[in-house]
Design a binder for this molecule. Sequence first.
Ligand SMILES: Cc1cc2nc3c(=O)[nH]c(=O)nc-3n(C[C@H](O)[C@H](O)[C@H](O)COP(=O)(O)OP(=O)(O)OC[C@H]3O[C@@H](n4cnc5c(N)ncnc54)[C@H](O)[C@@H]3O)c2cc1C
Ligand code: SF4
Length: 293
Amino acid sequence: MTSYVRPESLDDALVALGEDGAVPMGGGTDLAGQIDRGIRDPTALVDLGASGLGTIEQDADGLTIGAAVTLATLAEAPELEPYAAVRTAASLAASSLIRNVGTVGGNLCQHTRCWYYRGEEWHCWLGGGDTCYAQIGDHRKHNLETGDCISAHPSDLAPALAACGATVEIRSRGGARELPLLELYRRPTDENRSLLALEPGELVVAVNLPGPPDASAYERVGERAAFSFPLVSVAAARRGDETRLVAAGVANIPRELDTGDPLAGLPGNPQTLWKRTLLATLADRALAAVTPS
Ligand SMILES: Cc1cc2nc3c(=O)[nH]c(=O)nc-3n(C[C@H](O)[C@H](O)[C@H](O)COP(=O)(O)OP(=O)(O)OC[C@H]3O[C@@H](n4cnc5c(N)ncnc54)[C@H](O)[C@@H]3O)c2cc1C
Ligand code: SF4
């Protein structure tokens, strides 16, 4: 039996999340699927909608985007206009129905869409089993790395925010910490299969963006133009002579790319070689878009 709470302050939310088996819920658009497929069986859903995390604040250092801000709000917010990559990523993710309820925190912390991980009939390595079925089966849409889990990172927002230099604020009942956004993610190990570097009871409360880059761009390809996860996406952001290039869909976490050789360290496998061609093309486009003419 799962209970539902909607705390009216961040402190109350952190207390509720301190209970064994409690999980944070933004819009529930991914969490509902996880529960439905038996991936999670939470004791309590802690709805963050009334916890005071739904605002975008601007000061001299940049922006603070609350974890409960929706993708739709992010895509339209005037404060985000100088961060073209982030606005584009937010406006292209999923569908308008999902963008209206899906939140920044939930988008960054969503689980992989690997069809074995999501399939009720499988209990794959990432889900706690002992076999990566993708590596012995159909992995057309999986990633370009080697390793125990070849799932593809699904978030549109993560590469765009990371390229623009975002950090994440994390809170728990025990304290607070701030990490570069890419460090929110980790490679899973035998001992800890999570792709997120969050401890039990920890919550992403906000994403901080420094002042705007000189130029940024987001390029993505999905199976359809709308309502379709990115198969590969690339975000580029330039500050002066320095450009950051970050991709989704090519590793099980968002991956920073070498601007001089975006395919480095991404060998692919027979079924995913097409993604290398796509990645090279999108990286070229994103770099061209931020390079002064
Ligand atoms: C049909 C479909 C198509 C989609 N297409 C795309 C797409 O093209 N691009 C894309 O980026 N996404 C896509 N998505 C995913 C969608 O964007 C996410 O489901 C949504 O952004 C998640 O936000 P949410 O607030 O609903 O998260 P929830 O479902 O509430 O939570 C998702 C996960 O994050 C955890 N969580 C939630 N908030 C926090 C927090 N603040 N701190 C820590 N953990 C937290 C939850 O416990 C859960 O594990 C698609 C989803 C569907 C169903
Ligand atoms: S790629 Fe990862 S999530 Fe998919 S079957 Fe393999 S271990 Fe599971």
